[in-house]
Design a protein around this ligand. Structure first.
Ligand SMILES: [Zn+2]
Length: 486
């Protein structure tokens, strides 16, 4: 009995071991099958990333609170951007445009900060007073001297006397610009001076325009003569051309004494653009100067005149042009004109205007009608296509059509210029701080030369006709030698 029991026990144990083996085998087998089917693979990193809590939140999207905060931040950024633009407009005395711009902002009428600005601009606008147009002064420069030593020092060269008399240095220009700004001068456009209307008989009438400035501010017009970078300037320390960068800003090319070329702000256009960028209140509604161009050597530093590309005319070219063509065998009139076009477009975008200075820098006071006609057509076919049509003529050599009576239909040259669309005529008149004269349907304005001769004569006390603008003794470039008499 005990033996049977023991044997049974042994049988039970063997059965149990057998059953255990079967169970383990089954488990291992099932696991192998499942693994093969890819159902029980170990979780890898990519699977873990899918369960990342951050990922989960993004899938759910930001909360309403977060959306509201984001929208508010965007609104605030846009508001600050628009308020900055409005401030620039207000600084340039265009208060209405500034207010209009602020009113484009959503909810402006409930925004205390914007309302305060609108009130401020309205108050300043209403305190402005009209400029007496008949007392607006008009100053002008030629291209600036970059290197006074190259321009003035070689007194055995007759051209240095002209450089010394007619030209202003960069240092003088910068001091004048700052001093006039400090004295409250604001640059206005020549067309701001005029209001053109039509009378009851249908005739065009020229009347003083309306320029409103804060009390104490004074308006002035700026012009630049001969911005062509003539061959005759080469080697005397002037910039050689204007160029445009990728942002539409103008800069100069300057060829140094050692022949290497550098670029930078070496003449009035880029220097004045920078000054007004830094001092928006130096210019009335973004006005810049008006640039008087001849055409015989091209414009703005580009050889755009058809004479350069006309082999038949080659023998008739002057020595400078012939030499330039020899030095530039790859010259292309189309490329030169495209370069000038780019500069002219960029200048216009920045507020600069253009005027005729006659194509050939002629003495208009003693000119035959035939010569004036030929010259005007050259300007219209070589310069106008690049800078656009203009109603302003700034006479060369400071001349005028003639005495007062010259501005009548009896004067053939006047009649012809009127037919060609010119209605604003500028000469040089340094005798008074201003000369503004409105004819029935035209404007004449005298200009003041802020050149070496006048600055020097004022600085040494021989003349006194600049003190309304600046103190010449403070302005005179210490590197400038005494300026010879005319
Ligand atoms: Zn000139």
């Amino acid at each position: 009995m005990r033996r049977r029991k023991r044997r049974r026990n042994i049988q039970h144990a063997l059965l149990a071991i057998g059953a255990l083996i079967v169970v383990v085998a089954v488990i291992v087998g099932v696991k192998l099958i499942l693994e093969k089917k890819g159902i029980m693979e170990e979780p890898d990193d990519s699977v873990a990333a899918n369960t990342d809590p951050v990922q989960k939140e993004e899938e759910d999207g930001p909360t309403e609170e977060e959306l509201a905060a984001q929208a508010e931040a965007e609104r605030e950024a846009q508001k600050q951007e628009v308020m900055g633009q409005a401030e620039r407009l207000a600084l340039s005395y265009d208060y209405d445009a500034a207010i209009e711009l602020l009113k484009t902002l959503e909810g402006y009428d409930l925004d205390e900060e914007i309302q305060a600005k609108i009130t401020e601009y309205e108050t300043t606008r209403d305190s402005c007073v009209p400029v007496n147009i008949n007392e607006v002064t008009h100053i002008f420069y030629h291209s600036l001297v970059v290197d006074p030593h190259r321009a003035f020092d070689d007194t055995s060269d007759p051209q240095t006397a002209g450089n010394s008399q007619w030209m202003t240095t960069i240092s003088e220009f910068e001091k004048i610009t700052q001093e006039m700004y400090d004295r409250g001068y604001v640059m206005v456009g020549i067309h701001d001076l005029v209001e053109v209307t039509t009378d009851e008989n249908g005739n065009t009438v020229y009347e003083p325009g309306t320029i409103l400035l804060p009390p104490g501010k004074k308006a002035f017009v700026l012009s630049l003569d001969d911005l062509c970078y003539y061959h005759s300037y080469d080697g005397y320390g002037f910039a050689s051309k204007l160029l445009v960068d990728e942002n539409g800003n103008l800069y100069n090319e300057y060829i140094q004494e050692d022949g290497t070329t550098v670029t930078g702000d070496f003449d009035v256009v880029p220097l004045m653009d920078k000054f007004i960028e830094e001092h928006p209140d130096a210019s009335y509604r973004g006005a810049k100067g008006i640039v008087a161009l001849t055409g015989y050597n091209g414009i703005l530093g580009y050889r755009t005149d058809s004479s350069y590309a006309d082999p038949a005319a080659y023998d008739g070219l002057d020595a400078d042009k012939k030499q330039w063509l020899r030095d530039h065998p790859d010259f292309s009139l189309e490329e030169e004109r495209a370069g000038a076009q780019k500069v002219a477009d960029a200048m216009k975008a920045k507020g600069w205007e253009f005027a005729s200075h006659t194509w050939g820098h002629l003495n208009v006071g003693s000119l035959s009608l035939e010569r004036l006609q030929t010259d005007t057509q050259k300007w219209r076919s070589n310069v106008e296509p690049i800078v656009g049509a203009t109603d302003v003529i700034i006479f060369a050599h400071g001349q005028d059509l003639g005495p007062w009576g010259a501005y009548s239909e009896d004067n053939a040259n006047y009649k012809y210029l009127r037919e060609q669309g010119y209605t604003i005529f500028c000469n040089v008149d340094g005798s008074a701080p201003y000369m503004v004269y409105f004819g029935e349907d035209y404007l004449r304005q005298g200009r003041r030369n802020l050149d070496g001769y006048r600055i020097y004569k004022n600085a040494i006390g021989e003349q006194d006709n600049l003190s309304d603008l600046f103190d010449a003794a403070e302005i005179l470039d210490p590197e400038r030698p005494p300026v010879p008499d005319l």
